[in-house]
Design a protein around this ligand. Structure first.
Ligand code: BGC
Length: 260
């Protein structure tokens, strides 16, 4: 089994990559980041993926995250990327672009896998929900350490609106919300989530997890323990790399994936 894999994390604003030792979760080189092309069409994104792979001189397995539902390498939704991705065989596209074996999975699922193995969820056996608050809100649900792939809890309705349009990091920036005001929205969102899932632990990730002391202590309406992600920005890259080995890869064969 290959112990090293290249992890690539496709986001709404940037595409980040680094080679990873999948046994330790450590990056083997400084990560590189290229802006997400606008529009984020499949060929343009595949071009960036190829550039990142080439810049590391990579030959070997590559794990790639995508900010939408992914079943068997096919991207099924693209709430924050171009709709041209819907129904695309991203596994084949990236495989062709890089000339390497690739595995594509949802970005929050990748971050969750990394956090459960090396970060804030280490050793947790109960229901754990990882949420990534970024351009959108991503979710990864675990019990007994096992992932239920492709959950989309960022799209729960709160006050008649898609939750990610109210409580993501982008919503904070877009509406120029103070930490207090935004934390109130996150708290309200988490109360909805808690009513549906009763998790023992909620791990909050994404760019805002770096400043967790400004808002996590304000989440007072939740019974579950809430902790900030431990791997910060690297969780997606590490989880993507881990998913290249079948032990960590979510099984999405036969999934329907007709999400948001
Ligand atoms: C997508 C999810 C994704 C999340 C974070 C949401 O809009 O539907 O699949 O995980 O954004 O990128």
């Amino acid at each position: 089994m290959a112990m090293h894999a290249l992890g690539i994390d496709i986001g709404g604003t940037g595409i980040k990559a680094a080679p990873v030792d999948v046994a330790t979760g450590k990056l083997l080189a400084d990560r590189q980041k290229i802006d997400t092309p606008r529009p984020a069409l499949p060929d343009a994104v595949a071009g960036v993926v190829k550039e990142l792979s080439t810049s590391f001189g990579w030959s070997g397995p590559i794990g790639i995250t995508f900010p939408g539902v992914v079943t068997d390498g096919v991207t099924r939704t693209a709430a924050n990327l171009d709709p041209a991705w819907i129904g695309m065989d991203a596994g084949a596209l990236f495989g062709k672009a890089t000339g390497n074996p690739v595995r594509v999975l949802n970005d929050a699922d990748a971050a969750g896998i990394a956090e459960m193995t090396f970060g804030a969820g280490l050793g947790e056996r109960g229901t754990v929900l990882m949420l990534t608050l970024g351009t959108g809100i991503g979710s990864a649900l675990f019990t007994g350490g096992l992932l239920v792939p492709n959950t989309e809890f960022g799209h729960i309705e709160v006050h008649g609106h898609d939750a990610e349009t109210r409580a993501s990091e982008r919503a904070k920036e877009l509406h120029d919300l103070s930490w207090g005001k935004w934390a109130g929205r996150v708290d309200e969102y988490l109360r909805h989530i808690e009513a549906l899932l009763s998790p023992a632990l909620i791990i909050v990730g994404g760019g805002v997890s770096k400043q967790s002391q400004k808002w996590v202590p304000r989440l007072t309406g939740i019974r579950a323990r809430i902790v900030a992600a431990a791997l910060l920005n690297d969780a997606g890259i590490v989880g993507a790399a881990m998913a290249t080995s079948s032990a960590a890869a979510p099984d999405t064969s036969g999934a329907t994936g007709t999400g948001h």
